[in-house]
Design a protein around this ligand. Structure first.
Ligand code: SAH
Length: 228
């Protein structure tokens, strides 16, 4: 019995090390090599156990350079895109951030490592419920999950220092612009056709929105309540 316990303990230490090595490699080859440089983003990406947030059948691919299916026709973005979006909002420890599209909970966990509070909304109920449980298990007390239509934002917690949207609407939802703090940043993929979407950065200055186009991207569509 003691031998078995010892073996299991060693196995779990080996596995923890193994995943840490994969994460360190991911940060080096996929993120730093492609220009991600914010130390708090790189640290968070070294820390969050992506393999514990994706479905078991794709766990072995968790640290590969690509998106992964998470069920219900949805996908988790590739690590580079998660890091790029997180870096784009210039996250700081004092910030309160809203995410639309919880999915697996991975992006929310990365934010949870850096900022004070994360509010995240998922429209597909089983995904939202699972992410909430997984994030709780991993100890993210500062990540708050709600199931619902993110189009309306989270008015009770607004305004937000930053907003990250991880599904693509045809145009930026007005309630999200309204819930962005003065000086705040929103990063959002926009476009109805997956072939022509672009990632945009919006900044609110003196009540006005300044938009910059950053990258061509391919996100799942932003759906509405009625399409659930
Ligand atoms: N950020 C996620 C990626 C999820 S993919 C992660 O790290 O895993 C985008 C998610 O947005 C999907 O789960 C999809 O169901 C959700 N979504 C689409 N439209 C939405 C809406 N109107 N409100 C909230 N979530 C939405």
């Amino acid at each position: 019995m003691n031998r078995l316990l010892c073996f299991l303990l060693l196995l779990s230490i080996f596995q923890t090390d193994h995943y840490q090595t994969l994460r360190n490699d991911m940060v080096k080859t996929q993120l730093e090599a492609q220009g991600i440089h914010n130390p708090s983003v790189l640290n968070a990406m070294r820390k969050v156990p992506r393999h514990q947030l994706v479905p078991g059948n794709v766990r072995h691919l968790a640290y590969e350079d690509g998106p992964l299916p998470i069920g219900y026709g949805q996908t988790i973005s590739q690590p580079y895109i998660v890091a790029f979006m997180t870096e784009a909002i210039d996250p700081k420890p004092c910030m309160k951030v809203l995410e639309i599209g919880t999915g697996s909970g991975y992006q929310a966990a990365v934010l949870g490592e850096i900022v004070a509070e994360v509010y995240t909304i998922e429209i597909v109920e089983p995904l939202g419920t699972k992410a909430q449980k997984d994030l709780e298990k991993l100890g993210y007390k500062n990540v708050h999950v709600r199931v619902g239509d993110g189009y309306k934002g989270w008015p009770e917690q607004a305004p937000f220092d930053a907003i990250i949207v991880t599904a693509a609407p045809e145009k930026v939802p007005q309630p999200l612009i309204d819930q962005l703090k003065e000086g705040g940043k929103m990063i959002i993929p926009v476009g109805s056709n997956a072939n022509t979407q672009e990632l945009r950065l919006l900044e609110k200055r003196k009540g006005k929105i300044r938009t910059t186009s950053l990258l061509p991207v391919r996100f799942v569509p932003f759906t509405r309540d009625t399409l659930k």
